[in-house]
Design a protein around this ligand. Structure first.
Ligand code: HEC
Length: 110
């Protein structure tokens, strides 16, 4: 039985490493969601890069995004309050919009 002691004492460390791995991989997963949700909900009007170079974007005269204004909080507020976003706002939950806004910020990073 003595032999199993080193293994038992290594177990907490092993669990810690596994847990840390799960925590560390989480932001990447959230970003993936944001990307997928962006493509599904926003890209039609804003294009893949926020330049609005799409059919709907041109038709609705969607402006090119101003990089300096795209902090997540502003994106969220704009989607929730601007009348042009009324339809789209209904389609996304707060958590989804969070992920989208985080993704938008990475999109615009230089
Ligand atoms: C139906 C087309 C449409 C869709 C879909 C759409 N937008 Fe927009 N968006 C617009 C238009 C039009 C404007 C310009 C509004 C204005 O007149 O200021 C705009 C402006 C913005 C701006 C710029 C705000 C600013 O201060 O300059 C942000 C940020 C934005 N949209 C985010 C989003 C996000 C995030 C989504 C997806 C959840 C989304 N939009 C989906 C049409 C759309």
């Amino acid at each position: 039985m003595r032999r199993s002691i080193p293994l038992m004492s290594a177990l907490p460390l092993l669990l810690f490493v596994l847990a840390a791995g799960v925590v560390a991989s989480h932001p990447a997963a959230a970003q993936e969601d944001g990307k997928a949700l962006f493509e599904k909900t926003c890209q039609k009007c804003h294009g893949p890069d926020g330049k609005a170079d799409t059919k709907a974007g041109k038709k609705m005269k969607v402006p090119v995004w101003d990089d300096s204004k795209l902090e997540p909080a502003h994106v969220i507020e704009n989607v929730r309050t601007h009348k042009k976003h009324r339809t789209v706002s209904k389609k996304v939950s707060d958590a989804e919009l969070d992920a989208i806004a985080t993704y938008v910020a990475t999109l615009m990073a230089p």
